[in-house]
Write a protein of this length. Structure first.
Length: 163
C-alpha cells in the first residue's frame, strides 16, 4: 500500500519530503521493498527501538533515515549510539517525541542541537498536554523551539496545583 500511495501522490504532483514508517515496525523486509520501489527517502520510526535495530536497518539498506525518540530508545545513551550509526552510514537523522512531558522533550531538544547530523526535529508533544508543571526549559514561538539559557536543561522548578 505504501508504494501505491507514494506513486499516486507523485502522479498528482504532490511533493513529498519523506515517507516515515511506511510498514509495520518489525517488517524490515517490507521497508526495503518500499525504499526500492519509491523515489522518496524512507525514514524508520517505530522500527528503531535500539542501536541494534538501527544497525540492522542500515545494513539491510532499508532506510534513508532514522527518527530517534528518547522515550522509545531508552534515553540519551542509546540515542547517541543510534545517532553514531546514522552519521557513519551517511543517512538522515531526526529527533522526534512521543506523548511525553516538557522535561523529556527539553532533553531531546538539547540532544538535537548538540549533534550536527540531526537535520530534522519533531518536538511538539508538550503542546498537546493540558498542563505543564515545569517552570523553564524549552519554549515555543510558532514552529520554532528555543532552549533556555540557564544551567542544565533550564528547568528551574515545578509547580503543582493541589485539588
Amino acid at each position: 500500500q505504501a508504494v501505491l500511495v507514494g506513486k499516486e501522490l507523485a502522479a498528482l504532483g504532490i511533493n513529498i519530503e519523506l515517507m516515515e514508517q511506511p510498514v509495520a515496525a518489525r517488517d524490515f523486509v517490507g521497508m526495503c521493498y518500499v525504499r526500492d520501489h519509491l523515489h522518496l527517502p524512507v525514514v524508520a520510526d517505530e522500527s528503531v527501538f535500539s542501536p541494534r535495530d538501527a544497525l540492522e536497518l542500515v545494513n539491510m539498506g532499508a532506510v534513508d533515515g532514522l527518527n530517534i525518540k528518547l522515550m522509545k530508545c531508552g534515553g540519551i545513551y542509546n540515542a547517541l549510539k543510534i545517532i553514531a550509526i546514522a552519521e557513519a552510514a551517511g543517512i538522515l537523522c531526526m529527533i522526534g517525541s512521543m506523548m511525553e512531558s516538557h522535561v523529556s522533550v527539553t532533553a531531546a531538544a538539547h540532544l538535537a542541537v548538540s549533534q550536527t547530523c540531526i537535520s530534522r526535529f519533531d518536538l511538539d508533544a508538550p503542546l498537546f498536554c493540558s498542563i505543564n508543571p515545569a517552570i523553564g526549559g524549552i519554549t515555543y514561538q510558532g514552529s520554532r523551539v528555543f532552549l533556555a539559557d540557564t544551567p542544565g536543561l533550564g528547568i528551574e522548578s515545578f509547580k503543582f496545583n493541589r485539588v
